[in-house]
Design a protein around this ligand. Structure first.
Ligand SMILES: C[S@@+](CC[C@H](N)C(=O)[O-])C[C@H]1O[C@@H](n2cnc3c(N)ncnc32)[C@H](O)[C@@H]1O
Length: 230
């Protein structure tokens, strides 16, 4: 089974408990980071905004609320996560679509902004996904990415490591009845790019004006950039 298939099955299995687990393990901070993502994505007016790996739909719904004129598309390859998104935001006018972020079913240069929360850590080739995002963005369009970041080796490191190594899997067992899924979260975080290296990958994919900000004692990063105007 490929990594993509394993990830898809994992999210299909935890979809019902995903939101509660998020709120608890981030001590209620997670929506604040998503709001920052939406702010960095800008206001496209009547343009199109795409939220990849939308999961249960929080970022797409925040975009919908704060950018009332935009056309909002939310995509994910886990049908159970998308089902939760539709259940949670039945009134929101969002086009929910099932698709793999590696192969987006969209033409070149169509979106004013593309956002994604916790996607890149889950794919085989982050650079390839960033290039795909670049392809569908219109020149000048913005990309904004939220993900976990390996903690820096500072004074807090032992405590952060302890929480990641034992706290999160324990919460996963108690709340989501799935310790393995949350051990995967810890493992994939520790093995992911540093915030600086990830910024380098954005540049390699072609983005300009690349920047990032860290949250939650450096374990969460939001990266952004713009597609170059030819
Ligand atoms: C941790 S959840 C994040 C959901 C949401 N963005 C949020 O902020 O809560 C990661 C999501 O990425 C989706 N995902 C992972 N790899 C993907 C891929 N290659 N294509 C599409 N969706 C993917 C999973 O199905 C899952 O819903």
């Amino acid at each position: 089974m490929s990594k993509g298939q394993r990830v898809q099955r994992m999210f299909d299995a935890i979809a019902g408990r995903y939101d509660l687990m998020n709120r608890v393990m981030t001590l209620g901070q997670d929506q604040k980071w998503r709001r920052f993502v939406v702010e960095k994505a800008g206001d496209p007016g009547h343009g199109r905004m795409l939220d990849l790996a939308t999961g249960t739909g929080d970022i797409a719904a925040l975009i919908r609320r704060s950018r009332p004129e935009a056309m909002v598309v939310g995509t994910d390859f886990s049908r159970n996560m998308l089902r939760e998104a539709k259940r949670r935001f039945p009134e929101a006018i969002i086009s929910w679509q099932a698709c793999d972020a590696n192969h987006l079913p969209f033409a070149h240069n169509v979106f004013e902004a593309v956002t994604f929360g916790y996607l890149l850590r889950n794919v085989d080739d982050s650079l390839a996904v960033l290039k795909e995002v670049y392809r569908v963005l219109r020149p000048g369009g913005r990309v904004v990415c939220l993900d976990t970041t390996p903690p820096a080796r500072n004074l807090l490191y032992p405590f952060v490591r302890l929480y990641l190594r034992f706290g999160i899997p324990l919460l996963g067992r108690l709340i989501a009845s799935d310790e393995a899924a949350y051990s995967y979260l810890t493992g994939s975080t520790m093995g992911f790019y540093s915030a600086e290296a990830l910024a380098g990958l954005f540049i390699q994919a072609g983005f300009a004006d690349v920047g990032y900000k860290k949250f939650m004692v450096g374990t969460i990063g939001v990266h952004w950039g713009r597609k170059v105007v030819a």
